[in-house]
Design a protein around this ligand. Structure first.
Ligand SMILES: CCCCCCCCCCCCCCCCCCCCC/C=C/C(=O)SCCNC(=O)CCNC(=O)[C@H](O)C(C)(C)COP(=O)(O)OP(=O)(O)OC[C@H]1O[C@@H](n2cnc3c(N)ncnc32)[C@H](O)[C@@H]1OP(=O)(O)O
Ligand SMILES: Cc1cc2nc3c(=O)[nH]c(=O)nc-3n(C[C@H](O)[C@H](O)[C@H](O)COP(=O)(O)OP(=O)(O)OC[C@H]3O[C@@H](n4cnc5c(N)ncnc54)[C@H](O)[C@@H]3O)c2cc1C
Length: 667
């Protein structure tokens, strides 16, 4: 039974909760990593709810840009005054939850300080630099961002234009933006809030360019907060989402910084200008790998929120009367509605469980790097890049499906969908544009294919399927007997086939054209191979997690996990039918499997979304309210509109009034 049934809740949603075949508390604990984690979430929630400093004056949708930045800044300062309320070391868990409750989806002027500035200091400084900068950054006596992208270059770091030229006579670097396209553009919090930044610039020493390197740079005076001489910066204006964040631009005019401003854990420049290269050329990209890994949980949380809103609303919304006279039915009863919403819920779970895996892998990498071992780097780069791309894309599409499933009310900002979408879809672009990152995965897969073809393969577990000899036809007989192993075998077949298809295309093209043209001409197929590789990983991870679940939870979650897999197969049936691997009747079976899963999930859908443990404070959606009383809440929400401050607005007196008066006088 759910703990959420209260007097005054909408009757339909109450009835749904009574249908639960499992304990939502147990399910929540399983989803979030155990009873203790759940208990801590509740404590953090209670703390946030009880603190008036974290309240918004009105829903943020009604605030202007300046008010959003100001309100966000006020809250994040209060929030970070109170980090003793959470386990600071558990950024992925308690940190992200705390900030999500307090800050919502607007981001804020300290986002980059915590997500990239601090992690770069931790990951890229030598001991002396760490001692100098980390305490200041933790104490927030300085606020920093991560300034890498430029107007002219985002993806291709090797062509960044900002230069850092070493001058041994003064032991300083001279930072310079030689062109307009060299202007740093996008960094969060850069416009008006940060007084420091990690600036990624082309390092020149002894007349040679050594490629992009990170520097810690003071941008504003610590007392007046005015830009330093030689530094020009500002806000880049409103965006599709995250308008509480002052993303900014930055130009340098021969701005001098000390030699020790170059972060020297891996690469070094000695006082005489001698350059010492890092053990692995991509170690300097470590913070991006970190963010790509934490993004997976963030995206899963956004898609889970969208699915929760759509499911709860679909339980209380009644529309259509299939049997005339029997009254309108809950829209959740329509199979088409279930087909639209439940796969999004299944995806959100798949992404969350993958997020746990990538977190563990990232922690292993950090540990290995402390021993100077970089072996895991290519694997985690490929996996985090691939997950980031597939997850953020599916999340954006999924949020939109959830929005559409709520009809007209989904289009209102009251639903929270515009906020959720605007926030989450940025993830398709930042930390590496999705297609570019898929092509990074492809480089890894091409190597695995090459190894396999040479017969010398000793592949990492994650791409072990590439060297397997699979079946020529699917062993699926009936959906009821379709086992986890068979599902994985079938997905492995398609992933492997696409990897070799792309690989062979590339090799063939290489015989006729230059390597870069061959790559370009094969890139659509290569990106497809990457997507299949990631989907396979997601399905495996999800099924593995459910396999280990306690029996009472497994009974429910198995349908969700199978829906995730069947939805992938049925919506790409062409790939499975190719060369007769599957027969049309097998695809029909899988489609029936989808419908069966929808029917199994239907009665417990509300309880399943309750198990995600979103509080109304976190959802920030009128449609997704736990009590289901959406109509009263919509009417109340609309009262916040600035236009409702008076019955007759000045614009009427100015334009519409005279127009109508004039027309009346002519009749
Ligand atoms: C405790 C207190 C708590 C307080 C709480 C506060 C709470 C704070 C808030 C928390 C909120 C949580 C929510 C989190 C998510 C939301 C975040 C939103 C913020 C968004 C911020 C965005 C920032 C940015 O976007 S920064 C800019 C990012 N830019 C990019 O990603 C650029 C993409 N380009 C690249 O990465 C590269 O250029 C690349 C990889 C495309 C090509 O690089 P290259 O150097 O040209 O290399 P290439 O020749 O292609 O390849 C050579 C070789 O190297 C391999 N490679 C490349 N990269 C890596 C790597 N990183 N690691 C390992 N190997 C790598 C590549 O694969 C090649 O290998 P081979 O094939 O073997 O040759
Ligand atoms: C919300 C948001 C927040 C951000 N925050 C920060 C920040 O804090 N700090 C920071 O430094 N940056 C930040 N960025 C910038 C972000 O990292 C870049 O936008 C991103 O890396 C993509 O680079 P780009 O914009 O130059 O796109 P481009 O690289 O110009 O991409 C444009 C198109 O070209 C394609 N393309 C490019 N290269 C290739 C290739 N090699 N092969 C095939 N196709 C290619 C892409 O797929 C894409 O379709 C942020 C961006 C956003 C949207």
């Amino acid at each position: 039974m759910s703990r959420w049934i209260q007097n005054g809740d909408n009757v339909d949603i109450t009835k749904e909760r009574k249908n639960a075949t499992f304990n939502t508390e147990r399910m929540s604990a399983w989803i979030h990593g155990g009873d203790e984690v759940l208990k801590r979430r509740r404590e953090i929630l209670d703390y946030v709810k009880s603190n008036p400093d974290f309240k918004d004056p009105i829903p943020v949708e009604f605030l202007s840009r300046e008010e959003r930045v100001s309100n966000g800044t006020r809250k994040i300062v209060k929030m970070t005054d109170n980090t003793d309320q959470i386990d600071g070391a558990d950024f992925f868990g308690e940190g992200m939850y705390f900030q999500s409750l307090v800050m919502g989806r607007d981001l804020h002027p300290l986002s980059l300080h915590y997500i990239m500035f601090l992690p770069t200091l931790q990951g890229q400084t030598d001991d002396e630099q760490l001692d100098e900068w980390l305490p200041k950054a933790i104490a927030r006596s300085i606020v920093g961002t991560y300034a890498q992208t430029e107007l002219g270059h985002g993806t291709n770091l090797s062509k960044l234009e900002t230069t850092a030229t070493y001058d041994p006579s003064t032991q300083e670097f001279v930072l310079h933006s030689p062109t307009i396209t060299a202007a740093k553009w996008w960094p969060g919090g850069l416009g008006k809030s940060s007084n420091h930044a990690i600036v990624v610039a082309q390092l020149y020493t002894k007349g040679q360019c050594k490629g992009p390197h990170p520097f810690i740079v003071q941008l504003r005076d610590l007392e007046t907060h005015k830009p330093m001489k030689g530094v020009r910066l500002g806000d880049i204006g409103p965006k599709l989402g995250i308008n509480g964040s002052d993303n900014g631009f930055l130009l340098f005019d021969k701005y001098r910084i000390p030699r020790k401003a170059m972060l020297m854990r891996y690469s070094k420049v000695q006082p005489d200008g001698t350059y010492i290269a890092p053990a692995h050329s991509k170690l300097g990209y470590g913070t991006m790998v970190f963010v790509r890994s934490i993004m997976i949980k963030d995206q899963a949380t956004q898609l889970g929120a969208a699915a929760t809103i759509a499911t709860r609303y679909s339980a209380v919304r009644r529309q259509g009367e299939p049997v005339v006279g029997n009254g309108e039915i809950q829209i959740l009863d329509y199979q088409t509605q279930q087909y639209r919403v439940f796969p999004q819920l299944a995806r959100a779970f798949a992404f969350l469980f993958a997020a746990y895996e990538i977190r563990d892998l990232y922690l292993r990498l950090t540990e290995e790097l402390t021993h100077g071992n970089t072996e895991l780097l290519p694997e985690i780069h490929a996996l985090s890049s691939g997950l980031k791309s597939v997850v953020s894309w599916d999340t954006a599409q999924g949020i939109e499906q959830c929005r559409l499933s709520c009809g007209g009310h989904g289009y209102s900002q009251a639903s929270a969908f515009p906020e959720i979408y605007g926030y989450a879809v940025g993830g398709c672009t930042y930390e590496g544009e999705n297609l570019v990152m898929l092509l990074q995965v492809a480089r890894y897969l091409v190597k695995a294919a090459e190894e396999t073809r040479k017969g010398t393969s000793n592949l990492a577990e994650i791409c072990g399927y590439i060297s397997k000899t699979g079946r020529r036809t699917s062993s699926l007989t009936s959906i009821a007997n379709y086992t986890t192993d068979q599902i994985i075998e079938d997905l492995e077949h398609v992933a492997r086939k696409q990897v070799f298809h792309a690989y062979d295309k590339l090799k063939k093209a290489q015989q006729h054209v230059k390597p870069e043209d061959a790559w370009n001409q094969s890139s659509v197929e290569l990106a497809k191979a990457s997507r299949w590789h990631v989907r396979l990983y997601l399905v495996k991870t999800f099924l593995k997690k459910v396999d280990k679940a306690p029996e009472d939870l497994k009974k429910v979650m198995i349908h969700v996990a199978r829906l995730y897999a069947f939805d992938i197969i049925s919506s790409s049936s062409g790939n499975f039918l190719e060369e007769g691997y599957m027969r049309p009747d097998q695809i029909t079976e899988i489609k029936e499997g989808v419908y069966e899963c929808l029917a199994k999930i239907r009665p417990v859908a509300v309880s399943l979304v309750d198990s995600w443990d979103y509080d109304d404070l976190e959802l920030k959606s009128v449609l997704g309210k736990r009590d289901g009383n959406v109509y009263e809440a919509l009417l109340q929400w609309a009262q916040n509109s600035q236009l409702n401050k008076s019955d007759v607005i000045p614009t009427f007196e100015k334009y519409l009034g005279p127009m109508m008066k004039d027309a009346r006088s002519k009749l």
